[in-house]
Structure formats: structure tokens, C-alpha cells
Write a protein that binds this ligand. Structure first.
Ligand SMILES: Nc1ncnc2c1ncn2[C@@H]1O[C@H](COP(=O)(O)OP(=O)(O)OP(=O)(O)O)[C@@H](O)[C@H]1O
Length: 274
């Protein structure tokens, strides 16, 4: 394959409508260890949903069930459904790669390909899907995704520099651009700012706010101020002693922070435990 033979979806220029994601009865195990018990949650299109809760309550596990990454972990198993546009991503007739293409992920630690250029990092995921395209279309994709990730102005003169030479915050926005290049309908973010300084964190939060109109976002965060700033909906997970993780309460973020129904939610969001 030549440099110009990058593969992209046929509909690249038509921005996808954001889609809601609905988890129904998600139960997850590592070996015989039950870590999530019948968790259901509707993550609405056009919104940012924050998953909050103390360490070990199953937030990251839940997130990984949403794009079939949980099944990559040895001895991991799960039950339940995840509906994207009403269709179960676990339906045996659906390909695993479809779920990963439509539901992108950004991890806690920025993980660009360090020796690969900024430009090539953005287009790295495209080969998974779609059709061949010209170099100029590829150029358009790189610019558009870097703009959407809030990184274009900082790297436009350095597109051929290695991704690993960027700052941590820039690397994380490069990973967001790389995820956007394959046109996901949903973006999962697992503590995307936990390795970043406050300024970079703020820039990523602005990026999230910009993106939510056309990508449904689900974010795990330990930072309650961040959950309050970036999300419209929040779900509080808890695993009580020797129990699997469950959602205690979920709802509009402002209500979850100002007037939660459950005392445990109130205690958690006000920093009284966890
Ligand atoms: N790869 C794994 N193998 C075995 N057990 C695991 C694995 N990953 C997570 N667990 C266990 O599953 C449970 C849920 O972990 P998970 O990482 O989903 O929680 P979390 O709420 O995201 O925690 P944190 O906020 O600390 O990241 C924990 O008991 C954890 O020890």
C-alpha cells in the first residue's frame, strides 16, 4: 500500500449524526469475580455522560463493555446488551471491528505512536475501514480532525514532526484527533485528563464541549469539578463491600450535584468519601 492509499469511509465528508448508546443489564466478570451487576444506562446523543464513583467500582470495566474492549482481557466475560442506534453491538451478526470503529476510545495515558508523524498519527486508524482516497482528501481529514480536537493551530507547522515530541496535553488531543478520523458516533474517554496539567485539562474540556454536538461522549472522571463542568448527565457507580459495582443513581448533572436523591451520591459528590 502506498502513502496515498489510506482507506476512509465513503461518507467521510457527511458528518454523522450523534447517536445515543443504551446499555442494558450489563454484567461483567473477571474469571469468577463479578464486578458489575446488571448495569443499565442510556447515554444520550448530543450529551456528555460522566461516570463517577470511587476507585474499583467498575467504571472502566463498564466503559470497556461499551465498545467490546472488555472481551480483549483474558478471562473477562460479560452479559447484557449495548444498543447503538437501537442495534446491539454484541449481536453475532455484527462484526467486532464495526463496534470499535463506531465507538472510539481515548485512554488515561496519551498513547500516540511516538515515532510516527503528527500527520500519520491522525490517519493511522483509517486503514481499518472504508475506501481508498487521494492525498488531498487525506490532508483535509488531518486538518479537520486536528481542528476539531483543538490542536490544529499548535501543530500546523509541525505535521511531519514525531507525535512523541508534543507535550502531554497535545499528545492527548492528537489521540482525540486520531479517534475522530474514523468518524465515531460515540467517543469513550477513560480519565483523559488525569495525566495532564490544569491548563491542558482545560483545553481538553473545551474540546469535549465543542465535540458533543456531533459525537456522543462518555467520560470516566475522578474529578468532580470536571464532571460538573463537562457533562450534562452523570451516573454514580458504587461497589459496596464484597458486592459488584452498580449504579446508585443517575440523572442530569446539575441535579446529581445539587439535589441527589441518594445520600451516598451526596456524600460522594461532596467529597465525604471515595
Ligand atoms: N484486568 C483485570 N483483571 C482482573 N480484575 C480486574 C481487571 N481490571 C479490573 N479488575 C477488577 O474489577 C473491578 C473494577 O475495576 P475497574 O477498573 O473497572 O474500576 P474503576 O471504577 O474504573 O476503578 P478506578 O477508578 O480505580 O480506575 C476491581 O475490583 C478491579 O480490581
Amino acid at each position: 500500500m502506498t502513502d496515498t492509499d489510506v482507506i476512509i469511509p465513503a461518507t467521510f465528508h457527511a458528518r454523522p449524526e450523534p447517536s445515543g448508546l443504551e446499555a442494558i443489564g450489563i454484567t461483567a466478570w473477571f474469571g469468577t469475580h463479578l464486578v458489575l451487576d446488571r448495569v443499565s444506562l442510556h447515554m444520550r446523543e448530543g450529551e456528555v455522560t460522566a461516570l463517577i464513583g470511587p476507585s474499583g467500582c467498575g467504571k472502566s470495566t463498564f466503559l470497556r463493555t461499551l465498545n467490546r474492549m472488555h472481551e480483549l482481557i483474558p478471562a473477562a466475560s460479560m452479559a447484557g446488551q449495548v444498543l447503538l442506534d437501537g442495534e446491539d453491538i454484541y449481536d453475532p451478526s455484527r462484526r467486532l471491528t464495526d463496534a470499535r470503529r463506531l465507538i472510539g476510545m481515548v485512554f488515561q495515558k496519551p498513547n500516540p505512536f511516538p515515532a510516527m508523524s503528527v500527520y500519520d498519527n491522525v490517519v493511522a486508524g483509517l486503514k481499518l475501514t472504508g475506501q481508498r482516497t487521494s492525498r488531498s482528501t487525506k490532508d483535509d481529514i488531518v486538518e479537520e480532525c486536528l481542528v476539531r480536537a483543538g490542536l490544529w493551530r499548535e501543530v500546523r507547522e509541525r505535521l511531519r514532526h514525531p507525535g512523541g515530541m508534543l507535550s502531554g496535553g497535545q499528545q492527548q488531543r492528537l489521540c482525540i484527533a486520531r479517534a475522530l478520523a474514523i468518524r465515531p458516533k460515540v467517543l469513550l474517554m477513560d480519565e483523559p485528563c488525569s495525566a495532564l496539567d490544569p491548563t491542558s485539562t482545560r483545553v481538553i474540556e473545551e474540546t469535549i464541549a465543542e465535540l458533543r454536538s456531533d459525537v456522543t461522549i462518555v467520560i470516566v472522571t475522578h474529578n468532580m469539578q470536571q464532571a460538573a463542568r463537562v457533562s450534562q448527565h452523570a451516573a454514580f457507580f458504587l461497589a459496596e463491600e464484597n458486592q459488584p459495582g452498580r449504579i446508585v443513581e443517575h440523572g442530569p448533572t446539575d441535579i446529581m450535584f445539587s439535589n441527589p436523591q441518594d445520600a451516598r451520591t451526596s456524600d460522594y459528590v461532596h467529597g465525604r468519601f471515595g
